[in-house]
Design a protein around this ligand. Structure first.
Ligand SMILES: N=c1c2ncn([C@@H]3O[C@H](COP(=O)(O)OP(=O)(O)OP(=O)(O)O)[C@@H](O)[C@H]3O)c2ncn1[C@@H]1O[C@H](COP(=O)(O)O)[C@@H](O)[C@H]1O
Length: 103
């Protein structure tokens, strides 16, 4: 499974009946709700990383990636947009990139 494939699944399920699809339910409740669920899943991943439980962290990280894609879709940002941004950063170190951000 690639992130592109998961993005495609999210796009397809977006138009499913909400009573049959978590993706459709998230999107029907709006971008703010999708963002909130992403935040909750991110916090759960943080907890597992701090607890040092690799199996639970793997599971929570999967939740995070899925909910990230749903949140992006809710705001019409594509995975390609995000990957292009990452590609732009490739020519610089992380510290150079951070220093170049507007304050
Ligand atoms: N990858 C996922 C995926 N990861 C997590 N989830 C759902 O996200 C929801 C998280 O909700 P909650 O926060 O209530 O769940 P939780 O974190 O387990 O809850 P707590 O017990 O911690 O409160 C659950 O219903 C999970 O099933 C996902 N739902 C869908 N997908 C993918 O999307 C596809 C389409 O799914 P539907 O849109 O539901 O058809 C699936 O086949 C998968 O490929």
């Amino acid at each position: 499974m690639t992130l592109e494939e998961l993005e495609q699944i999210v796009a397809t399920r977006a138009s499913a009946p909400p009573d049959e699809s978590w993706t459709a339910q998230l999107l029907a409740r709006g971008p703010e709700y999708a963002a909130r669920k992403f935040g909750e899943e991110a916090v759960e991943a943080v907890i597992e990383a701090v607890r040092n439980d690799p199996s639970s962290l793997t599971s929570e990280a999967a939740d995070v990636l899925y909910h990230l894609l749903v949140m992006l879709r809710a705001r019409d940002v594509t995975l390609a947009d995000v990957m292009e941004e990452l590609a732009r950063r490739q020519s610089r170190t992380g510290l150079q990139e951070k220093a170049s951000r507007p304050r």
